[in-house]
Write a protein that binds this ligand. Structure first.
Ligand code: ZN
Length: 504
């Protein structure tokens, strides 16, 4: 008889391969596929999704997982493999095929309707599709939280969060984001009241695209991204996809008149890529060989983009290099550039928001999503609730629905509970960075010499190489010595506003 653990992991390896094949097709769709390929690609993806789903619900896999669970030593890698597999299978087995198909169809309809509504700047065109998506998501969450189900006793919105950030609960996330909003709102007001508005000139000028790519590539490689096991291609939106640790793809886009979008986009995606390239080799194609959560993934991108890539020490090393590559940067100085990289200016669009205000955009979405799933808000009332929340937190009123409630793609695909992972990423990044500095000593001297190896090695040892062996909450506690809080992140926000706005 075949050992059940061997059977379980062999079956899982094929499921992981199918997932990677789908990811590769999605990457190709964004980078190289001719526009005419869309319909055929959708069929191909649907076929693979069906095959993968059938593998996941096969009784053979369920039995192998349960038999492995009965023999696994507590605390062993096999016990973690079983825990992760049960989590994934619990969700899949709880969702009837009828519901999964209805959700896929509603997402396709929703995506179309959202695009049309956004172009027309009219929420009413999206409303029926969104109502359907919310109803289906509530139905799924109801099944997952029913007695005896994997998330029995949790709230409907907990089930949404758990899909993206396993183990996260709305109560805990609400405390973290509530702490954040309470302090960020007055900080942003103080920054505005200072009357300082940084001049964008130090980042603007003629920046040839191929040189922008070369410049950012050099830095990403210096951070530790291995281009022999990865590549970078142009795409409409920057993202990172990993198909195992030896094939990690980044994408980028640029503005020929401003070096910031390409540079910070690439440093962000390279942070994701470093995590993917350094996941545990021995657990590839297994449940715990994957990144543990979206929040932890986002912590890696934001740490390199913001905590390293916007620091004075980093720019002490990088600015002379920027100036050597681009005549436009020759008159830029550290003192004119740094305030521009640490602004806290309210703006209506999340993806264009600066670091000082970004999390308030997330707080608004969390509050609205939670109310939608707690039954305190109807889809029809979303635009008004959105505008009210933006006035209260960011002090601004969107001009229309395209600049307001219709700006993000997430809800159109039925992704509820996703937004909080961005801010969890910021909090985790800050707490990891503070812990690294406590252990390694100050890192600025190394950064100012262009040396990032000590930080990279620390992250590899404390985060990357664990895959999903620990839960996200355990990983943060082991790496930093304390449970996740907003303290380290808030300290950074306060320090930035004090330094660059001379306000507090
Ligand atoms: Zn990211």
């Amino acid at each position: 008889m075949v050992d059940p653990a061997e059977r379980f992991l062999a079956l899982w390896g094929e499921i992981a391969d199918l997932g990677h094949a789908m990811g590769l097709l999605a990457w190709d769709q964004e980078t190289h596929m001719p526009r005419s390929g869309g319909a055929a690609r959708a069929r191909l993806q649907a076929t693979l999704a069906g095959v993968r789903h059938a593998r996941l619900v096969a009784p053979e896999l369920f039995e192998a997982v349960e038999q492995s669970g009965a023999r696994a030593e507590p605390g062993s890698p096999l016990a973690a493999q079983v825990r992760e597999a049960r989590r994934v299978l619990g969700r899949v087995r709880c969702t009837p095929e009828r519901l999964a198909r209805a959700q896929a169809e509603a997402a396709a309809v929703g995506h179309e309707a959202w695009g049309a509504a956004r172009a027309a700047r009219d929420f009413a065109l999206f409303r029926p599709a969104l109502e359907r998506l919310v109803a289906l998501a509530r139905e799924e969450a109801g099944l997952l939280t029913a007695p005896g189900a994997p998330l029995a006793g949790a709230t409907l919105y907990d089930a949404c969060l758990d899909a993206h950030e396993p183990g996260a609960r709305a109560g805990d996330v609400g405390v973290l984001l509530g702490d954040l909003a309470r302090e960020l709102v007055p900080l942003v007001r103080a920054a505005s009241a200072s009357g300082r508005v940084p001049d964008p000139a130090p980042a603007r000028g003629d920046y040839a695209s191929e040189r922008q790519l070369a410049f950012a590539r050099e830095i990403a490689a210096r951070f530790g991204f291995d281009f022999a096991r990865g590549r970078i291609d142009a795409a409409p939106h920057p993202f990172c996809s990993g198909f195992g640790r030896d094939d990690v793809r980044l994408t980028w886009r640029f503005d020929a008149h401003d070096f910031r979008p390409a540079l910070f986009g690439i440093l962000h995606e390279a942070g994701h890529g470093l995590y993917e390239q350094n996941l545990p080799e021995e657990w590839q194609r297994t449940p715990i060989g994957e990144a543990v959560s979206l929040g932890v993934h986002e912590s890696q991108s934001r740490l390199w983009e913001n905590l390293v890539g916007r620091s004075r020490a980093f720019w002490t090393w990088a600015l002379p290099r920027l100036q050597a590559s681009f005549p436009a940067a020759r008159r830029t100085t550290l003192d004119t550039l740094l305030p521009l990289l640490h602004t806290a200016q309210p703006s209506p669009i999340r993806v264009e928001a600066d670091q000082g205000t970004y999390d308030l955009h997330v707080c608004v979405r969390f509050e609205l999503e939670r109310a939608l799933f707690d039954g305190q808000l109807e889809v029809a009332d979303l635009p008004a609730a959105w505008n009210e929340a933006y006035g209260r937190t960011l002090g601004l009123a969107p001009r229309d629905a395209a600049e307001g409630v219709l700006q993000d793609i997430h809800w159109s695909m039925g992704a509820f509970g996703y937004f909080p992972t961005y801010t969890l990423g910021n909090l985790i990044a800050a707490q990891l960075f503070a812990a690294a500095q406590r252990e390694l000593g100050e890192l600025d001297t190394a950064f100012a010499r262009g040396e990032f190896q000590p930080l990279f090695e620390w992250l590899r040892a404390r985060v990357h190489r664990h895959g999903s062996f620990h839960t996200a909450a355990e990983l943060v506690r082991h790496a930093t010595g304390r449970p996740l809080s907003s303290a380290d992140y808030l300290a950074q926000r306060r320090a930035d506003v004090a330094e660059y706005y001379d306000a507090r």
